[in-house]
Design a protein around this ligand. Structure first.
Ligand code: NDP
Length: 333
């Protein structure tokens, strides 16, 4: 079996040298464990943080050890009653061809209910992040003008559409290419969108929202957050979900430089961690699954083929090569 290991901790941007593909012989499963043949794995921005030797809300990856992350696979061998060979499951040991994993850390998914990639995206962790961040953390209400950055990514594409479906007065998105901007306005129903690489975020945001914004869903940080603070209306709310513009930075970025406006505008700026919102999971699936089935909520995936290409998929995601959720297909079902 093969696995991808952290070969060296990156300083700044990860490179091909950050990763190593290794062959391993798998141990027999102990009582309580399953052997799972992985079908899809997720590459996520938070994995960049785990490559640093810093204690955070998840422990750092270990040099020389396999990386980890969300994956969907098929049970090959089971030592417990609850799982049978052929069951399709979601678990946390991606970055490998085959996982030997504790059954208590595995959940069954229904391969007939949704395409497998959805369990790592729209119906999985990124979808719940969008849902909890918009509704609970940003306290969205109908009539709000909503701005979301990273809008064509896994989380952002859901945030904007949910806001629209739940009665936003206007939804504005930013993303890093003309194709993504067209995806947002032409396919996902965003009212306005702009390419942040075309010019200052502040100018483009204020042109799109002359009335100001009420909610900012931040996936990016830096200049985007500064522009949002400048554009938010009094009592505006920010859900700080991610700051991908600084994950590879080697020095602190100056923006946002306008924090005193938080006082003048009585803004609420709240960090969000999806794991705090597991209580919303059932409600989220009950709310969102029918919207997907009816075609009211759309989503994209970008699928890279082959475990050996997972490092390139991860780097490509950091560079913005994905539209929607970035996935790696490891095996055919
Ligand atoms: P995406 O699918 O959005 O992929 C990352 C995207 O970030 C890229 O496609 C790229 O798109 C964009 N990007 C990269 N660099 C920059 C930059 N310098 N400035 C602006 N955009 C950039 O990832 P996810 O949807 O999985 O995650 C989105 C954000 O949400 C991340 O910040 C992530 O860390 C965070 N997150 C937080 C969670 C939490 O619990 N707090 C849970 C899940 C995600 P483009 O072409 O537009 O540049």
């Amino acid at each position: 079996s093969s696995e991808i290991r952290l070969a060296a901790r990156p300083h700044g941007w990860p490179t091909a040298e950050t990763f190593a593909l290794a062959e391993v012989s798998l141990p027999d499963p102990e009582p309580g464990q399953l052997v799972v043949r992985n079908l899809f794995m997720s590459v996520d921005p938070y994995m960049r943080g785990r490559m640093n030797d810093v204690k955070s809300y998840v422990p750092p990856f270990q040099v020389g050890k396999a990386l980890e992350g969300g994956a969907v696979g098929e049970v090959v061998t089971s030592t417990v009653e609850e799982f049978k060979p052929g069951d399709v499951v979601l678990h946390g040991l991606g970055w490998r061809d085959t996982a030997v994993v504790a059954a208590k850390h595995v959940v069954k998914v229904d391969p007939d209910l949704a395409p497998l990639g959805a369990y790592l995206g729209v119906l999985g962790m990124p979808g719940l992040t969008a849902y909890a961040g918009l509704l609970e953390v940003a306290e969205f209400k109908p009539g709000d003008v909503v701005f979301v950055s990273g809008a064509a990514g896994a989380v952002g594409q859901i945030v904007g559409q949910l806001a629209k479906l739940k009665g936003a007065a206007k939804v504005i998105g930013s993303a890093g290419s003309a194709e993504k901007v067209a995806y947002l306005t032409e396919e996902l129903g965003f009212d306005a969108a702009f390419n942040y690489k075309d010019g200052p975020v502040l100018e483009q945001l204020q042109a799109a929202a002359p009335e100001g914004i009420d909610v900012y869903f931040d996936n990016v940080g830096g200049e985007h957050l500064e522009a949002a603070i400048a554009t938010l209306n009094v009592h505006g709310r920010v859900a700080v979900c991610g700051m991908i513009s600084v994950y590879n930075a080697t020095e602190a970025t100056p923006a946002p430089r306008n924090l005193p406006l938080i006082i003048a505008k009585r803004l609420t700026i709240r960090g969000l961690l999806v794991s705090d919102h597991s209580h919303l999971k059932d409600e989220f699936v009950a709310d969102v699954a029918p919207l997907i089935a009816s075609g009211q909520l759309r989503y994209s995936e970008t699928v890279v083929d082959g475990l050996a290409n997972a490092p390139e998929a991860f780097l490509g995601m950091l560079r913005g090569e994905n539209t929607g959720k970035m996935l790696v297909k490891i095996n055919e079902r």
